[in-house]
Design a protein around this ligand. Structure first.
Ligand code: UDP
Length: 192
């Protein structure tokens, strides 16, 4: 069920429900994208209709921070719980590991995605790391071609908001991935 928080329509899901929905997306051979808005996204989306549209067109919109959960309560449309993007990402990595699936990491400063990948594989040895690319590029189409050539199942897009969401909405379906997730600074966290 969707709940509107100042124009952004969130899915009112628990972490476990989000993980089940994400896992089902990974099993389907079609593109999906998931966004993880925090309160800054909501403010930005009030001023940027294109960003709002991209958020509201996502297959799953999860409340990333406690700030969203508090705002939702104050506005009289309470949400079950916060679902941090990084925890949703961890759940999707566990699912991908079970599947022996392919992961591509896009974003952050040069070297960070490789290090994040190395650490993820330590925890999830059945995942195939099919590619990485830093998040400081000019030619969007060239990066798209690299991602598509790597044939990922799961794609983390970590370019900061709203760039990562707009990238997923514009190019995501051409990557061949089953699931792309906009994850902000997650690669810096995974890289340690
Ligand atoms: N980033 C990027 N390309 C850019 C701008 C940012 O790859 O053009 C990366 C940045 O290195 C960081 C991530 O995006 O790893 C998230 O940035 P930020 O901290 O601004 O976003 P937040 O986590 O607060 O959403």
């Amino acid at each position: 069920m969707k709940k509107d928080i100042l124009g952004v329509r969130f899915d009112d899901v628990s972490r476990q429900e989000a993980a089940q929905l994400g896992a089902a997306m990974l099993e389907q051979d079609q593109f999906h994208y998931v966004v993880t808005p925090n309160p800054e996204f909501i403010l930005a989306a009030e001023k940027d209709a294109d960003f709002r549209q991209v958020l509201n067109s996502a297959d799953l919109v999860i409340p990333d921070g406690i700030g969203v959960v508090y705002s939702a309560k104050i506005l009289g449309t309470p949400l079950k719980e916060r679902v941090p993007g990084i925890e949703f990402a961890a759940d999707m990595l566990a699912k991908l590991d079970q599947m022996g699936g392919r992961l591509y990491l896009l974003g952050a400063k040069p070297g960070v995605a490789q290090e994040a990948g190395r650490r993820i594989l330590e925890q999830h040895p059945n995942i195939v790391l099919c590619g990485t690319h830093d998040g400081y590029f000019k030619d969007e189409e060239a990066v798209l071609l690299e991602v598509a050539a790597a044939r990922p199942d799961l794609l983390f897009v970590c370019l900061g908001a709203p760039k990562q969401e707009k990238w997923m909405a514009r190019w995501g379906r051409h990557t061949g991935a089953r699931l792309a997730i906009g994850l902000g600074g997650a690669l810096d966290v995974f890289a340690g």
